[in-house]
Structures are given as C-alpha cells and as structure tokens.
Design a protein around this ligand. Structure first.
Ligand code: BGC
Length: 747
C-alpha cells in the first residue's frame, strides 16, 4: 500500500463564526472560490476535509463517490482525493465544496447510553483543505489553495446532514444568492499524515425499484424495495414551492407500520422541501439501513423513487450456487450484509446509532468476505488504522477507527484477535506477504498482552494459559440466556482463541523468517492446548461444563489428540441433537460450527444443521423473508414480532466460508492460490453445487453434480497455478492449468 503525501499550497480553512453544541451535528458548510481565467485551462482539485465533502465546478458535481475523505484514525491518517475537469473556458468560474459533519464532526459515535451521545469528536467544526491546480496549454500552472480568499456560508440548501439522523434539504434556497463571508484559517487539533486515497471509494451501486406499495394504518405511504440495503433514496417529482416530503427509512414493518425501534436514537429520515416544478434529489451526506421507506407529503403516483445501494467499491470476485434455493438465498443475504457493512470501514450494522468498525465482527467475517470480494484495499486501509491505534502494550480499541474518549481500549478474545485473523485471512486470499510484515509488530504486541492477562489467572487455574481477564464477550449473542451468561463463558472462548492466534502466529513468523518466534508461539500454543484439556475437560475430551461453543472452538482450531477430538465431536453432536438438531452458538463460534462437525467426519450431521429451518438456524431467517443476515438468531419472532436488534449484521453470515471450502471444497494450499485444493463434500440432498473465485492468478471454477448415482466434477485451474483434486471416493489427482472433468460413484 503506497502512502503518498503532498505538499499543500492551501491552508486549512473554516468559518470561525460558526458554533454548535455536541451532541448535535453541524449544519453543512459551503465553501467557494471564485476565479477568472484569461485563457482556457485544465483543472485538478486536491481536497480533504474534517467532515465529508462534495465538490462542484460551476454547479456540476466533480465526482461520484460519497463521503470523501473517508473514515480513518484522523489523528494518524487522513486521505485526500483528486478530481479533474478537462477544459475550463476563459472567464469566471466557481469551485464549491459542501462539507457536512461526517465522522469527524457529526454525531456518529456509538455509546451504550444514547443520552451521552457526542459529536465534534475530531474537530470543533468542519474544515477544508484544497488546492486547485490550473494548467494552461502553454505549460504554465497556477495553484489556488484554500486561504482567506475563499468564502463560506451555512445558509445553503443542505440544512442538516449526519449519518444517523439523515438530511434536511431545502430546494427553495438559491445557491447563487447566499450570504457569503470570508473563510479564515483554522488550526486543527489533529495533525495527521495526509495521503492520497489508499482505501476503496464509496459509490452508488445497485438501483432498486419499489416492489410493493402499501398505506400504513397511520396514513403513511410505505414503499418496499424488496431488499435490505445500506444506501439512500433517489427520487423525481413535480412539487410546489414549500411542499415538504418526509422519507423515513426502516428495515422492517410491524403491524403495517414502519418498525423503527431497532434504530435506537438514529432517525434515518430525509426531509425535503420542494421548490416549484420538476425536481430530483438523492442525499449525499448520509446513508440509511433500510428495505422500507415511509413517505409523507406526496402521493404514490406523484413520485418516481429508487433505492440506491451505497458501499465501498469492493469488487465481487466470488459466487456460490447450488440446487437448494434456501442456501442460495442465504448466500445472497450474506453477500448483501457484506456490501451493506462495507461503507468505507467494516461496520457492525448500517442502520442504528452505531455503524462502528467493531473488530470482532470483521474478525469473524473476513474469510467469507475474501471468498466473495476483493478485500485487499478495503481491509488494507482498515488494518493500517488497527496497527496505529493499538496501544504500545498491545491493547486494542473495541472499534477501529476508535472514537477517542468513548471506545474502550481493552484486550479481549476474538475481537482483539482481529489483529491476527484479519491479516491472515487476507494473506491466504491474496498472498501479499508485505501485509503480514506491516502488521507483525501489532500481532506480537497483542499476544504479549494476552500472555500478561493469562498469567493473572494463574492463582485461579494453576495455569498461566487461560485467557479470562480482563474481559471476554464469551458466547456473545448465543440463543440462550442473557449477556451475563454469555460473558461467563469467557475462558472457554478466550483460551481456544489464544491457542488459534498463537498457532497462526507461529506460521506467520515462519513465513517471515522469524524462526525463534515461530518456535516460541508453537510451544505456547501447545501449552494452551494442554491446559485447556486438562482444566476444562475430564481428560477424555468431555467438557466438565458442556455447551456447544466449548466443543466447537477446540475442534475447529485443532486442539486435543485424535481420541479427545472424537469424544468432543460426539458430545457436540449429542448436544445439538438433544436440542432438536439446533445450534446454540454465539458470534465467536458459529463460523466454525459446521467445520467442527464436518472435519470430524460428521458430514451428514453438518448438513442437517445447515439445512435446519426452525429457530435458531440460518434458514429460519431465510424462511422468514430475510434478505440480509440478522444480528440475532430470532430477530424476527415466529409470531411476527421483532426483537430489538439489527437485521443487517454479517457475523452469522460467516457460514459462507463453508459453502466454498467444504460444499465446493475450495481451499488455498499456498496463499494466493498458487496451489489450491478442490475436495468437495456433497451431502444434504444437494444434487449440484458450484463456485467461482477470482484469485490473483485468474478465475477458479468448480462445479459438481450427482446424476444417476454418479458424481461428476468440473474444475477450471488458472494459468500459473496447480490444484489437488480429491473426489468423494478419495481418488486424488494433481492438475495444472486448464479445465478438467472427473467422475466417480456417488459416495
Ligand atoms: C455490535 C456488535 C459488536 C458487539 C460487541 C454490538 O453492539 O453491534 O456486532 O461486536 O456490540 O459488544
């Protein structure tokens, strides 16, 4: 990743007369620079801001992306963007920058107690830094940097904008007749390294048409777009001056009305005040998590409306399909939850007053994400913040970028393990070793901190390898008990994660040629393994306190010897069976549940669980109309009532990993797929399954089908790679690039 800085001619400017109080969000500021050309010129604009901005030249927007300069740890890094306009004529021109509060200034901080919500986290008010580079045909150049010759106003048509509450836009306000006054230089409280954009830009993607219109008992018109998304509406109307149209956004409808309780304090509302005549609008400084839009102030046949999905430009590089339509819907749901939560940073959810870069959620979803999307730039950017935000002693904020003064900074399993698990998933998928090098010190510091905490439980356990303190999320969001019960499972979750991170670290150290570290982490992993089995099981592998997660993690992470693993798998299946073939796993173990069963030889059992459609299960949500992955197994209850939770959290969507890696059997043997295997595991009554994955060498394709008791497999191997194929009858083949077909008896 290249971090390119620039020498700025301009200075930071703002409107020193503008003040507002937290937790409100600021009114969008408009800055302009009028200039006159005595001959034609080309224009390049370099710009960044405290806040999020749009640039216009002579009334035309200069770029399509949203929310520049993006969300980074502003105390360390701030991106700038470059856009251009080819041919400016002789005469007068105006460059306009609209800067809304965004992440730096607007209310965008999650806090448990929303009454303590805050804005102005990075800056007192919006600020702009900009260079306009004019290039004339004779080779001369001129730079107009931000200075006191720029003007500013808060009286523009954007009356309000922030991420949680939405936008208010008054189309009657004439942008050309505003009260402008000179901007002044601004001193920021942060001094970041200002680099050319190194993350993916956020853009408009799918445009969805309404699938159904209804009138709520309250009279509100409700428009259903058929898909839960992160995005904005875009509409065209013929309006009357002063007519006010209100658009409320929600993920669900309850008793015929929009269900907004799960948004907590986020309003997700667009208020649009019309001018006279034909007009169209789409918000630019906010986004909402929604499938339904409630509209007041206009009739259905007076509006043309679409929903625009807004997310980072992560290229889709994978697909999975099979003969079971429920699983196909689940694949669609999990890729949508991915896109909806890739809005410049990997967020937990796109709708409520949260939308934070929760480390645990992406730790769990990163492998699935890497099968489906090219995550290199997107996660590369986020990981840069992760490593700079980690404290010297290895403690990591719960969310990255952190909200300073609000986000707890604390070592905790799974969430903090993101510092190892995310780069590792990325490395397996793209083979970029430089990422491991860059992140290595943060990984090491983290594990040193875990070691210090593990040592603190020595008195309690007689082992310095049990990861319990200082805090664990435990079996977070499991479909049993309540938060205290989930947290109480902490040591059973923390310790296997500690084992897993040490095991991966040992491999990373070996890859980077750090042999001593490699040996040390391997030894440490072994000691953790030994103590987990000694302290938490009766020695045979049976847990003293049995619960599903307690078996899933050690099984999936490769702990215990063969005999112990056999007992663990049997007991895990027994617990699942006793629960009516239902899982009871929370966030940290669910992604590994099917692997734990399948890799212990319980393949049919894994399929049974995957295809379960009563609560709690993945297909319960599918059968109840989900179009994204829910935060809770029972976010929507059987009786149609709604549990106050997000309907768009990708953590449980990490089951997508299993589709590629076991149903289709695609695994990278060497990072970046220079060598990979295709070892499909048919089952569950599926008659065919296929996946594609564009690896750095090209497109991998696999498809199997069962016809007349014969299993047929087709594999396409890209140039420069080789593939180990294993058929269900255990027949093996090594193949180079090309397309191959194999056949054997169905197992
Ligand atoms: C978030 C989660 C997150 C969790 C951790 C929640 O509010 O939405 O996804 O990982 O908090 O406590």
């Amino acid at each position: 990743m290249n971090l390119t800085e620039r020498v700025w001619q301009g200075s930071w400017i703002s409107d020193p007369t503008y003040q507002f109080d937290s937790p409100a969000s600021p009114v969008p500021m408009m800055f302009r620079r009028c200039f006159s050309l005595d001959r034609r010129a080309a224009l390049e604009v370099f710009a960044t801001a405290m806040g999020v901005f749009d640039l216009y030249l002579d009334g035309q927007r200069l770029h399509d992306d949203y929310f520049s300069p993006g969300f980074t740890d502003y105390s360390a890094h701030l991106q700038y963007v470059r856009c251009e306009a080819a041919d400016l004529s002789q005469g007068g021109h105006e460059l306009l920058a609209v800067v809304a509060g965004g992440w730096a200034v607007g209310r965008s901080t999650h806090i448990d107690d929303t009454t303590k919500s805050r804005s102005k986290l990075t800056a007192e008010r919006q600020a702009l830094l900009c260079d306009l580079l004019l290039s004339f045909t004779d080779g001369q150049t001129q730079i107009l940097g931000t200075d006191e010759r720029w003007e500013v106003t808060e009286e523009g048509p954007w009356v309000f904008a922030d991420f949680y509450d939405g936008e208010v836009y008054d189309a009657r306000i004439d942008r050309n007749a505003l009260n402008w006054h000179p901007a002044a230089k601004e001193k920021l409280c942060v001094d970041p390294c200002i680099c050319a954009r190194y993350g993916e830009k956020v853009s408009a993607h799918e445009a969805l048409e309404p699938v159904e219109w209804k009138e709520a008992p309250s009279g509100e018109l409700i428009c259903d777009f058929g898909q839960n998304i992160a995005g904005v509406v875009s509409f065209r109307i013929t309006g009357k001056a002063g007519q006010e149209i209100v658009f409320r956004h929600a993920e669900a409808v309850e008793h015929g009305e929009l269900y907004v309780q799960n948004l907590r304090s986020a309003k997700q509302e667009l208020r649009y005040i019309c001018r006279e005549g034909e007009q169209e609008y789409s918000p630019r400084f906010t986004y909402m998590g929604f499938r339904y839009v409630g509209i007041r102030g206009i009739k259905k046949d007076e509006i043309e409306i679409k929903a625009i999905a807004v997310y980072s430009d992560v290229e889709m590089i994978g697909s999975f399909r099979c003969s079971n339509e429920d699983l196909n819907q689940l694949q669609s749901n999990l890729t949508w939850s991915g896109k909806d939560n890739f809005v410049d940073i990997p967020t937990d959810c796109p709708q409520r007053d949260e939308r934070q870069g929760w480390t645990g959620d992406i730790a769990l979803f990163s492998s699935t994400a890497c099968f489906n999307f090219d995550m290199s730039r997107f996660l590369g950017k986020w990981l840069l913040d992760l490593s700079t935000e980690m404290a010297e002693d290895g403690k990591l904020p719960f969310v990255i970028p952190s909200r300073k003064g609000i986000t707890p900074v604390m070592t905790t399993s799974c969430w903090s393990d993101s510092c190892i698990l995310v780069p590792w998933a990325l490395y397996l998928s793209n083979g970029d070793q430089s990422l491991l090098e860059r992140q290595y010190s943060s990984m090491k510091r983290y594990l040193e901190d875990v070691a210090r905490y593990a040592a603190m439980s020595e008195g309690e356990y007689g082992s310095a390898h049990i990861f319990k303190y200082p805090f664990q999320f435990g079996d977070w969001c499991a479909p049993y008990g309540s938060v205290p019960e989930w947290l109480a499972r902490g040591p059973h979750v923390g310790t296997p994660y500690y084992y897993r991170s040490c095991s991966i670290m040992s491999r990373i150290a070996a890859i980077l040629g750090k042999e001593q570290d490699a040996a040390r982490y391997a030894e440490l992993a072994e000691a953790i393994n030994r103590d987990y089995l000694r302290l938490f099981t009766d020695g045979t592998g049976k847990l003293k306190e049995e619960f599903q997660t307690g078996y899933v993690l050690p099984l999936a992470f490769g702990m215990g010897d063969e005999a112990q693993r056999r007992v663990m798998a049997e007991r895990l299946w027994a617990l699942i069976r006793e629960n009516g073939v239902h899982l009871t796993t929370g966030f940290p173990s669910t992604p590994f549940l099917l692997f734990a069963l399948c890799d212990a030889g319980l393949q049919d059992e894994a399929y049974k669980l995957l295809l379960q459609d009563s609560r709690p299960s993945w297909l319960y949500a599918v059968r109840h109309g989900a179009t994204t992955i829910w935060e809770r197994w029972d976010s929507l209850r059987e009786d149609g009532s709604i549990e106050e939770s997000s309907l768009n959290h990708y953590a449980y969507g990490a089951v997508g990993d299993f589709f590629y890696r076991r149903i289709c059997g695609l695994e990278a043997i060497d990072p970046g797929y220079r060598r990979f295997e295709v070892k499909p595991i048919p089952g569950g009554g599926l008659t065919w399954a296929e996946c594609e994955h564009k690896c750095p060498f090209g497109l991998i394709k696999t498809r199997w089908e069962i016809t007349d008791g014969r299993f047929k497999l087709a594999v396409t191997v890209p140039c420069g790679t080789s593939c180990e194929v294993m058929l269900p009858n255990s027949e093996c083949h090594t193949i180079g690039s090309g397309t191959y077909e194999f056949e054997c008896m169905e197992r």
